[in-house]
Ligand binder design. Structure first.
Ligand code: URA
Length: 241
């Protein structure tokens, strides 16, 4: 049975920082099993106690799932001594829940990044065994043709000799700068850039559009984020079944 301090539980559930929540408790806005709470350190049994905050029943959710439209120039890490990280784009109450990026995007890659504290789901999403395809939009310097599609579907040998798993290439337009969609189910270091390098081309723009059945919300501007809706979470869970 999970136990937790009432101030931590309320803060984790998104009602404010620990300090703000302590203030709400002082104001008498929180009751547990019908009794007004005075002590912010009161220990709660998360799946049993009846918690009311400001006349609203609280359902504790252990995990949090955030969709971010990662901008260029920030790194997909939880901490870095000199670089700005994706965690720096989140407020303190979300960071306090120990979220981390489920899979990395390069510093200059944009698009869908999932941040969560659900390690099991993150692991499944990233495991090639689960066959969760991640789809990217890419702009490539150089012509791309049908031959490249079949090379991608056979797997591409990278500079270190590793042969990638089958990947899907869709050509939107081919020219001195080509536009394509690429879908891969692994996450080797700089994988898409290195796949195109093996073909003698260069990725000049890369944006992740989806992970499994979860699509990036087009209304999220670069650097913006929000929690997944219940439906999106269902789609994500379906992707790793
Ligand atoms: N492949 C890359 O080369 N970079 C990314 O950020 C993601 C996939």
């Amino acid at each position: 049975m999970a136990k937790m301090r009432i101030d931590k539980l309320l803060s984790n559930t998104g009602f404010g920082t620990r300090k703000e929540v302590k203030g709400f408790i002082k104001e008498g806005l929180v009751t547990v099993n019908g009794r007004t709470v005075n002590d912010p350190g009161l220990i709660i049994e998360t799946d049993k106690d009846d918690i009311i905050f400001n006349d609203e029943k609280i359902f504790y959710r252990k995990y949090i799932y955030i969709m971010m439209n990662k901008p260029r120039g920030v790194i997909s890490a939880t901490y870095d001594p000199s670089e700005k990280t994706v965690l720096d784009l989140l407020p303190d109450d979300i960071k306090a829940r120990k979220v981390f990026p489920a899979g990395r995007l390069d510093k200059d890659t944009e698009g869908l990044l999932l941040l969560t504290n659900d390690g099991i789901l993150a692991h499944k999403l990233l495991s090639p065994k689960k066959h969760v395809y991640k789809k990217y939009y890419a702009e490539i310097s150089g012509f791309i043709d049908e031959d490249d599609i079949s090379l991608f579907s056979n797997g591409i040998v990278l500079d270190d000799g590793y042969k990638t798993m089958p990947a899907y290439l869709e050509i939107i337009s081919s020219g001195s700068i080509s536009k394509v969609y690429v879908s891969i189910k692994e996450g080797k270091y700089h994988q898409i850039k290195r796949m195109f390098e093996s073909l003698g081309s260069k990725v000049i723009y890369l944006k992740r559009l989806s992970m499994g059945y979860l699509n990036l919300d087009e209304n999220l501007k670069e650097g913006e984020w929000r929690e997944l809706t219940d439906n999106e979470l269902k789609l994500l869970l379906l992707s790793v079944e």
